[in-house]
Design a protein around this ligand. Structure first.
Ligand SMILES: Nc1ncnc2c1ncn2[C@@H]1O[C@H](COP(=O)(O)OP(=O)(O)O)[C@@H](O)[C@H]1O
Ligand SMILES: [Mg+2]
Length: 323
């Protein structure tokens, strides 16, 4: 019998109803549009794409913070749904968000913040919880005295360590990291990435690692999924993607990070035309207005994902393999 992946998404979709002006009618916005992905236990999926493509919405669906409009999420092969889904899964799936300042109460002590998930789930006695907090602070490289500090007394990197400690104190199996280093200085980013790598090894974690920057996932991801306007356009083993992207959008993202400008938070994809309005997506392949190779067919006909080596690519005219 084959072991099911720890996490599997089947045709997952989330449509928001939005107004563009106060008096205009509500229109559907497909933030996540038919996403299917599979993540084996212990692997890291790097989910990349420009701001607004739907990465955080996908993270919220995985965390049970938003309800899918369609599709399924399976954990260890079992479909999860219903009202108890969030609580049931928060033991197994924990988030680390981009901005620890807004996700951590700045006036509570680190001790309280990190103990909170344990309290909410009624895990252990107060005495045991205190010990578990000290242990996890050690694990994330914070001194014990940090327990009595508040986040507003700490640096950005230390705050992100607190957020990691809070996620790990529950001993989750899956960690959803949504741009966990994007708000940090470049030197601190590397420290946090290294910490996440160590933790993956020591705790056997499975990560969904989200970034707008393909370069950030290079040293972490086993697999890379590239998202454009709510859809996955390329999903392949990371080594293959970095050796030779197949989708023109992936190549544009890669080229944009070959000339990194640390002052720029968002890589310049040099794609000219701006990211399309998700309420009024382009016809055919959503990427065609920005694609250097777009042909007539791309304007009318949306490409379905096709098997490609160890993964899938959704493009009528994928880039030729060089190797
Ligand atoms: N709660 C919401 N209501 C309406 N639209 C939303 C909501 N959350 C996100 N969106 C829209 O969904 C799209 C994807 O957003 P998001 O998932 O935050 O993208 P990313 O994390 O890749 O930047 C964007 O167009 C955004 O404006
Ligand atoms: Mg986001």
């Amino acid at each position: 019998m084959t072991v099911p992946p720890i996490l599997e998404l089947k045709d997952l979709a989330k449509t928001y109803q939005v107004r563009q002006g106060m008096f205009s009618p509500k229109l559907p916005l497909k933030a996540v549009d038919g996403v299917s992905l599979s993540i084996p236990r212990g692997e890291t999926l790097g989910l990349v794409g420009e701001s607004g493509c739907g990465k955080s919405t996908l993270a919220k669906l995985l965390l049970g913070l938003e309800k899918p409009t369609a599709g399924e999420i399976l954990v260890d092969g079992v479909a999860v749904s219903g009202a108890s889904w969030r609580k049931e899964l928060s033991r197994r799936i924990q988030p680390i968000f981009q901005d620890p300042y807004s996700s951590l109460n700045p006036r509570k002590t680190v001790r309280r913040i990190v103990a909170m998930p344990l309290e909410v789930h009624g895990i252990a006695t107060a005495h045991e919880r205190a010990r578990m907090v000290e242990e996890i602070l050690d694990v994330v490289g914070l001194p014990r005295r940090a327990a009595d500090s508040t986040p507003n007394q700490m640096s950005g990197g230390q705050r992100q360590r607190v957020a990691i400690a809070r996620a790990l104190v529950m001993r989750p199996e899956i960690v959803i990291c949504d741009e966990p280093t994007s708000a940090l200085d470049v030197s601190v980013q590397a420290q946090i990435l290294n910490l996440l790598l160590e933790l993956r090894r020591d705790f056997g974690l499975t990560y969904v690692f989200i970034s707008h920057n393909l370069a950030v996932v290079e040293h972490l991801a086993d697999r890379v999924a590239v998202m454009y306007l709510g859809r996955i356009v390329e999903d392949r083993p990371a080594a293959e993607v970095f050796a030779g992207p197949r989708h023109p959008y992936t190549r544009a993202l890669l080229e944009s990070v070959l000339t990194p400008d640390p002052a720029l938070g968002v890589p310049d994809t040099r794609l000219g035309a701006v990211f399309p309005n998700p309420i009024d997506p382009p016809s055919g392949c959503a990427f065609h207005p920005r694609c250097p190779h777009a042909a007539e067919r791309c304007r009318g006909d949306a490409p379905a994902p096709k098997a490609d080596g160890g993964g899938r690519v959704a493009c009528h005219y994928p880039i030729e393999r060089t190797a």
